[in-house]
Write a protein that binds this ligand. Structure first.
Ligand SMILES: NC(=O)c1ccc[n+]([C@@H]2O[C@H](COP(=O)([O-])OP(=O)(O)OC[C@H]3O[C@@H](n4cnc5c(N)ncnc54)[C@H](OP(=O)(O)O)[C@@H]3O)[C@@H](O)[C@H]2O)c1
Length: 274
């Protein structure tokens, strides 16, 4: 263990918050990478990067909004170069499964000279409770453009546990962990699982991509975010990710948490209560 802090980017987000918490609970010093932190970190303002990286021993890189967004590989290239210049060799990148741009960002890190580890994750289960799909679940009707192609939703708690491990233990440099849940579920099956956990009738309705985009626009979603969502629902959700991987088992020595387990834990917090 070192007294130097570990920089956790996205420290108020779905995985970063959990990574920071696990590290704190294990006695590690953590520097929060957030625009609200005392040493603010902003992907859009490179002038904030050096101070965030000053004196840290390792960094968890969670990019925002998504590694598939235009400019993401370039931002990762610039960031990892700054980290290397500041002597931060251990760099752990959260990546997205089946995303060409994300894989370009991975390549950048691999070639940077860093002691890299890549966590290549499928869609997070927590998107239903901490993100874009939460209001739909609360409203009782989840209308989305996903059809019968299943996705092996991964639990953000598993991702965080692995991140905390590889940030603090040796033996993970140069490794890529492909992280999924233990089974593939269609969106309709995932919503049915959440309905079971909450005891509420929540239904899934398949709509077209155009209807989905129009709904997002009506809700005030910025055009670039609508484009990103459309990309994720077409390119990424085309069947390329419709198989499970063994990254959680390899990294933690135990199976990945199931979607049903996630749904039960999320329901118990009351997040889906109306
Ligand atoms: N969601 C998924 O299903 C999924 C699946 C695979 C991979 N990924 C990857 O995971 C990464 C994070 O996605 P996520 O959906 O989980 O988001 P998230 O981490 O929940 O996003 C919120 C976080 O981003 C931070 N943030 C927002 N704007 C920022 C900025 N300009 N500069 C610095 N930090 C900023 C927020 O911090 P403050 O507001 O406090 O600044 C907050 O900590 C993405 O790169 C994505 O490609 C996501």
């Amino acid at each position: 263990m070192t007294d130097k802090p570990i920089l956790v980017l996205g420290a108020t987000g779905k995985t970063g918050r959990r990574v920071a918490e696990l590290l704190w609970n294990r006695g590690y010093a953590v520097r929060q990478g957030s625009r609200q932190a005392s040493t603010a970190f902003d992907w859009m303002d490179r002038g904030t990067w050096d101070a965030a990286l000053d004196g840290v021993s390792a960094v968890y890189i969670s990019y925002f909004p998504d590694l598939a967004a235009p400019g993401a590989p370039e931002a990762i290239a610039a960031f990892t170069a700054r980290a290397m210049a500041k002597g931060v060799r251990r760099q752990v990148l959260l990546s997205g499964r089946g995303e060409e741009e994300a894989q370009r960002a991975e390549d950048v890190l691999r070639l940077s000279g860093a002691d890299w580890t890549i966590l290549r994750a499928s869609w997070f289960a927590q998107n239903f409770s901490e993100s874009v799909f939460l209001d739909l679940i609360r409203g009782g009707t989840v209308a989305l453009a996903a059809g019968d192609i299943p996705e092996p939703f991964v639990d953000a708690d598993d991702i965080a546990e692995i991140a905390a491990k590889v940030l603090t233990e040796d033996g993970h440099a140069g490794r890529l962990y492909e992280l999924t849940g233990p089974a593939c579920l269609t969106f309709a099956e995932a919503v049915a699982e959440i309905a079971r956990a909450t005891g509420r009738p929540i239904r899934y309705v398949r709509i077209t991509l155009a209807e989905q985009a129009a709904g997002l626009a009506a809700a005030g979603t910025p055009p670039e975010v609508i484009d990103l969502v459309t990309y994720l629902f077409t390119t990424v959700l085309d069947g390329r990710n419709a198989q499970v991987a063994d990254g959680v088992q390899r990294a933690l020595g135990r199976p990945a948490r199931s979607f049903a387990d996630y749904a039960a834990r999320a329901a118990a917090t009351g997040i889906w209560s109306v």
